[in-house]
Design a protein around this ligand. Structure first.
Ligand code: 5GP
Ligand code: MN
Length: 356
């Protein structure tokens, strides 16, 4: 019975891809798993989830990431074993050089790995992409790209089922995979295309995963200053553009300093303006040390990925995208505002006016 259910869940992943991935794993001993810069729950969940699986299979696996993962993910089993390129570049370089296989999780273009990109791209071994972002660059030998998946972790689960490795999924692996699904879907509220994700949830719960603890640790563990920064951002830095159904929040370096900003503190902030009736898309701009980081979210079919691609050299998904701007925060804002009209054609024909 359990076997039959698992069989139905792999149907969204092409059999050839799962078979080829399994073959590459079986032929390799040293396997590197890697993800994008500023890793989130899905990036860490998918790499660490596969890491646990590969270890159960007797492989020598290592997770290498471009920069540090946020502390709210430190509860994940195996977190301490992650090799961070900005901290241990020599170790990461030699591990990558010795790898038989590299699995690239949760990013669609090498530039999403910043300084780690050339290290991974110049490696001679075979590479597999496991990702759910649109229009990936063809940089891997095996491209497993499914943009209709909520998360790379959802895709990983289906792949694992498709490869026939469900029996090797232990509690640690299940915990990591569910964390990525929970963070990318905001605890099963957004980005879900396939209803049988609830069957995946059931299978992971059956492995003994503590879902409440994941929600508490990964989503609801903010600091005092992070909450105050969000309150400030919403009350003082939120602008609404009723004609374009848009919301914009900007935070300058000074704003961030005033609220003792730490990495991860603005996670989720970009979603908040979508709670306003009538707002179709929301953009958040944060003045970081080297660039302005742009994050965007939308509801319905409004493609914020287009805005991020056109204006900020980025991309992502229809409803969740991002990019970077190399210039002042005010120029970054102006670029958006000057171009808002271009995107009005994507607004739904009927939607409530924003009351202010
Ligand atoms: P976030 O707003 O959480 O940083 O990013 C949301 C999504 O947008 C990510 O999952 C990723 O797909 C995409 N994204 C964010 N920043 C960038 C970027 O700088 N470049 C590209 N290509 N995509 C990004
Ligand atoms: Mn993801």
């Amino acid at each position: 019975m359990a076997f039959l259910l698992i069989k139905t869940m792999d149907k969204l992943v092409e059999t050839d891809k799962a078979r080829e991935f399994r073959r590459l794993i079986e032929e390799s001993h040293k396997i590197v798993l890697t993800c994008h810069v500023r890793p989130d729950g899905d990036a860490i969940g998918s790499t660490l989830g596969l890491w646990h699986l590969l270890r159960s299979l007797g492989k020598e696996a290592t997770v290498v990431v471009p920069d540090k993962a946020p502390a709210n993910l430190s509860f994940l089993p195996g977190f301490k074993e992650i090799a961070v390129y900005t901290c241990h570049d020599e170790y990461v370089r030699s591990t990558v050089a010795e790898a038989d296989l590299i699995v690239c999780c949760d990013f669609n273009t090498p530039s999403r790995q910043d300084a780690l990109a050339p290290v991974i791209q110049n490696a001679h071994c075979r590479k597999v992409l496991v990702d759910h972002h649109q229009e990936p660059d063809a940089f891997a030998d095996l491209m497993i790209s499914y943009p209709d998946m909520s998360s790379t972790c959802e895709l990983c689960f289906r792949l694992i089922a498709g490869m026939g490795f469900f029996g090797e999924v232990n509690l640690d692996c299940a915990t990591c995979l569910l964390t990525g699904i929970i963070t990318d879907t905001r605890n099963f509220t957004v980005n879900i295309k396939h209803p049988d994700i609830y069957e995946i949830l059931m299978r992971l719960l059956e492995k003994g995963v503590d879902k409440e603890k994941i929600v508490k640790d990964a989503l609801n563990t903010r600091s005092y200053w992070s909450l105050r920064l969000e309150a400030f951002a919403i009350s003082e830095r939120l602008r609404i553009f009723p004609a374009h159904k848009a919301a914009l929040i900007t935070l300058s370096k000074d704003d961030l300093e005033r609220f003792h900003y730490e990495k991860g503190d603005t996670e989720g902030l970009v979603n908040r303006p979508l709670e306003i009736k009538g707002v179709i898309y929301s953009i958040f701009m944060r003045e970081d040390a080297d660039c302005v980081k742009v994050s965007a979210r939308s509801i319905g079919k409004f493609p914020v990925s287009e805005i991020c691609k056109d204006l900020y050299g980025g991309g992502g998904h229809l409803q969740a995208a991002g990019g970077e701007f190399y210039g002042s925060l005010s120029d970054c804002e102006a670029l958006l505002i000057d171009n808002m009209e271009r995107y009005d054609r994507y607004l739904p024909a009927k939607s409530p006016a924003i009351k202010m």
